[in-house]
Design a binder for this molecule. Structure first.
Ligand code: KIV
Length: 290
């Protein structure tokens, strides 16, 4: 069943809400992989704002309120400083702007690792404050008990293995993972542990392709690749990366547009029209009625 719908997204800033529609659910996402096969790959993109969510919603199965918002929105050097409140605020905006996709919110660094009880408190806060359906957390075997704990208490969890950006200080950078046998084995066992613990899907980020394929075959939950393989059960990208908002992007990003240069050209035209007083023109000014 195709999940791409036509929705009237012709909104204005003063009237931002398009027609509501039926939202996909976590069980429907999980059920897209049956007996190890996913006929229709899952489409996920990051979203951080209501309007962005509106524009992406009809084309996606899942919207991820990623902690990448730390870098993309807040100009932070990594995802480490991102707070639970940032995630709650942006998560609520994305839920308000979407009607179709399952909204998943990243649990930020420091909000879930200390104990399964801490993870429950943080995840429950995110779901209550936003209306999102699920959370995502990074880590493998070490997080399996937490995943099972959350699941048993009504909180669906998406896993995240391979390159886990919140562990940048341990990993020493953002290089692709799984090049040594030991690293590859660890990624596979992490993924299996999350699968057994009941994740409804898992992101595989920045791993050599054969490992992504091995993991995808080894687990029952759908895998969602980023810098992984087209053979994953779905794909995710950071929306600003794929739209071409930045000059430099990781190798695995395909830039589908050059939005930064569109903005640059548009703003240059505006600035020049303000300076030569050709804006505002007749169409943009109010005159007294005759
Ligand atoms: O934070 C994020 O945007 C992510 C994706 C890159 C998977 O975790």
């Amino acid at each position: 069943m195709s999940t791409t719908y036509k929705l009237d997204t012709s909104t204005s800033r003063a009237n931002p809400t398009p027609k509501p529609m039926k939202r996909l659910t976590v069980p429907r996402i999980r059920a897209r992989k049956q007996d190890g096969e996913t006929k229709e790959p899952l489409v996920m993109l990051t979203a951080y704002t209501a309007r962005q969510a509106q524009l992406l919603d009809t084309h996606c199965d899942l919207l991820l309120v990623g902690d990448s918002l730390g870098q993309v929105i807040y100009g932070l050097p990594s995802t480490i400083p991102v707070t639970l409140e940032m995630m709650a605020n942006h998560g609520a905006a994305v839920v308000r702007g979407s009607y179709h996709s399952v909204v998943v919110i990243d649990m930020p660094f420091g909000s879930y690792e200390a104990s399964k009880e801490q993870a429950f408190e943080s995840a429950a806060h995110l779901l209550k404050e936003t209306g999102a359906a699920a959370v995502k957390l990074e880590g493998g075997e070490a997080m399996a008990e937490t995943v099972a704990f959350l699941n048993a208490r009504g909180i669906p969890v998406m896993g995240h293995v391979g390159l886990t950006p919140q562990a940048v200080n341990v990993l020493g950078g953002y290089a692709a993972r799984g090049r040594s046998d030991a690293e590859a084995d660890k990624i596979v066992s992490d993924a299996k542990a999350l699968d057994d613990a009941g994740v409804f899907a898992m992101v595989i980020e920045g791993v050599v392709e054969p490992i992504a394929i091995t993991v995808t075959k080894a687990v029952s939950a759908p895998t969602i690749g980023i810098g992984a393989s087209a053979q994953c059960d779905g794909q995710v990208l950071v929306t600003e990366d794929m739209l071409g908002m930045f000059e430099r992007v990781p190798r695995f990003v395909k830039r589908y547009e050059g939005i930064a240069s569109v903005i640059d050209k548009t703003v240059a035209t505006y600035a020049s029209e303000v300076r030569d007083r050709s804006f505002p023109g007749e169409d943009q000014t109010y005159q007294p009625k005759d």
